[in-house]
Design a protein around this ligand. Sequence first.
Ligand code: S3P
Ligand code: PEP
Length: 425
Amino acid sequence: MERLIPPTLSLKGRLRVPGDKSVTHRGLMLGALAQGESRLHYPLKAGDTLSTAAVMRALGAEITEQGEHFHIKGAGLRLQEPTDILDCGNAGTLIRLVSGLLSGQEFFSVLTGDASLRRRPMGRVTKPLLAMGARIEGRDRGNLAPLAIRGGGLTGIHYELPIASAQVKSAVLLAGLFADDDTEVVEPAPTRDHTERLFRHYGLPIEVEGRTVRTRRASPFGARDLTVPGDISSAAFFIVAALITPESEVLLEGVGLNPTRTGLLGVLKEMGADLTWEVTEGQDGEPVGWIRARSSALRGISVDPRQIPLMVDEVPALAAAAAWAEGETHIPGLEELRVKESDRVAAIAQNLQRLGVGVEAGPDWLRIQGGRVQAGVVEPFHDHRIAMAFAVCGLPVGVRVQEAEWASISFPSFWEDLERLSNPA
Ligand SMILES: O=C(O)C1=C[C@@H](OP(=O)(O)O)[C@@H](O)[C@H](O)C1
Ligand SMILES: C=C(OP(=O)(O)O)C(=O)O
């Protein structure tokens, strides 16, 4: 389905973005492992997290949608052998985290997903899980889904992550809940720490010392309610939209402001963004607050690559901001973007070109010549973040977005929210 976004004069209003995708995935998994009943408040109900709910149901948890929340009846630490293959859809976080969980279960399971997910590297999780004692087979010597897992009999490991990845860290920590001896993961750089915070919320073993995270075998634990903050990765599109559209002011409320997720805010400030935010409460271990973005004269910068893991899903939105900035923006450190839902380095470069923006792409970098954006047609390459980022990039001049339905992977109300806040020419 193609969406026509008319040239937009201004963007104004307040918005509560949908629940955080990372926290929703984890809340569903840990609620399913708990004993007893709990509520997951304000979860993200979108393609990726509905896949997680379906997978956890197939593993024995009862999960029902009740108004604003999910009601979860946990299966406890011993899940049920699924009677069919488990479909992870488009969700990298789901297949990687649940591989860790299933490595701890003494039964057979098979994980697969859509065409995009079946192209994404799984060796990064199967390698440490095999080292812990799980039996895992997959295409390409265990690097590609479908993955067949027979779990159980795990021993803890000390694992130095070769890449900065919260998914790999979390997969190993989840497996560590079922392993003899301690499991220790060392990160090369900080990544989102929702798993660590949620382990604490549920009273699961967790110790953090600098870049080292440690866990050990879990005892049965009780269910606890959890409230999911708004997703800063979804907020990012409206932040950038307000910055690049004249006469705009947008207030985003109830947004998760975990410092391992807010890299984009600092980078945009460095570009001259009129952007303010404040943490107003702590919600089940996650800082939450508001963000205000106003139209700004942005300038190109050279982004510090150490910021990328703290804004890894926001790079498409940053590219949209860079297209409207005066001068050149250099974004290094993008090797991981090559293996997301699409090759995001290539997808960003191609769509910037479609809108008349000068761009050069290297193996792990982008160089964007800002200041001149033309109306055009953009192609998301089956990737939700690319669809939304380029809707935003073309907003002030008008843009046609192909395959607009992909936004529903993480932000089903995106088009409606955009229309509500926009004043078309
Ligand atoms: O742990 C998570 O919830 C996520 C981690 C990141 O992936 P990597 O671990 O591959 O960097 C991110 O891109 C993804 O959208 C969500
Ligand atoms: C990379 C993403 O998600 P996942 O890895 O879970 O598919 C994303 O949402 O941008």
